[in-house]
Design a protein around this ligand. Sequence first.
Ligand SMILES: Cc1ncc(COP(=O)(O)O)c(C=O)c1O
Length: 390
Amino acid sequence: MSNSGQDNQGTNTLLAHIGNNPHDYYGFVNPPVVHASTVLFPDAETMATRNQKYTYGTRGTPTTDALAAAVDTLEGSAGTIIVPSGLAAVTIPLLAFLSADDHVLIVDSVYHPTRHFADTMLKRLGVEVEYYDPAIGAGITSVMKENTKVVFTESPGSNTFEMQDIPAIAAAARARGAVVMMDNTWATPLYFRPLEHGVDISIHAATKYPSGHSDILLGTVSANERCWEQLHETHITMGCCAAPDDVYQVLRGLRTMGVRLERHEKNALEIARWLKAQSGVAQVLHPALESFASHALWKRDFSGSSGIFSIVLNGGGEKEAHAFLNALKLFGLGYSWGGYESLAVHVWLGDRTVARRSYAGPVIRLQIGLEDAEDIKRDLTNALQAVANA
Ligand SMILES: Cc1ncc(COP(=O)(O)O)c(C=O)c1O
């Protein structure tokens, strides 16, 4: 039976049943993967009025509807658009709500390609782009202008994981008429539901945990009632629709996302706590650790943590970072995350303009996969030893 928002059910029960209704398609448990451009109309009158559920492939199919309905249930949103990548899930809502001479505030710890889009395309289109400190909270009011149309948040921040006071920012921004967007990829809607905290638009790189297997690129954007029409209209106008096989695979991934995330969370916390005690590690940047600067915000607002965090090596520079990465055998060296396998990357923080911090050594981001924790620790032990020998 399809489930459209039965709030009293547990998360894994929801994940197993949301989206499609099997009895809409002969009882098959999963929805059909509809490959479609053309949709036929029964007669000229229906064609002229477009008075039927589906009219053209770019405007939705039973496959995209199933995933959008599932995400709406998880996010508590009025509507969800599905786009071909997580980056498109960032750029399309920004294009939907910004025009020339508008001002946009973006958190300084934002995913770098979001900043690149703002600094190049948004500026070229005449949008005034400004960055703010992730710790700003209700102080966002002091940097808002008459023409601030969008406040863009990401919590925790990319690579350094600073938590933002989302309810305070959202309340202040909306009081001044701005649309509040949040890149919520890290938490997934299982661990944070942005729209319940005053955010208007929740953005996900479904490439990460919803897909879960490092083989799909997809994005979802979910809006509340007040923003849905404009978001939807922009999606149709831009023709930025996703391929049916990818949409299907992400709906398939959602079914196991709850159990995968539990394991990512448990593994990552165990490894993070263990790393804190290693002499080669100066700092562990993980919001769910009590020692983390903005831990209180995570604890207040989030119901869980996922599998990605960073460590700061105890001194050194690129040579030590490369020694660490080159010694890893289980961890792959890769930019993405959210898949079943562990990954590491030496992060670059040179783009920060407002929230520059100095760290004791190189910052290495770790995506902790579903492997056995003891094997992961052994690989990290070797890597830390390689740094000591470098
Ligand atoms: C926070 C965040 N948002 C968005 C994206 C973009 O996702 P995609 O790789 O699907 O374009 C990423 C990818 O790493 C990300 O980390």
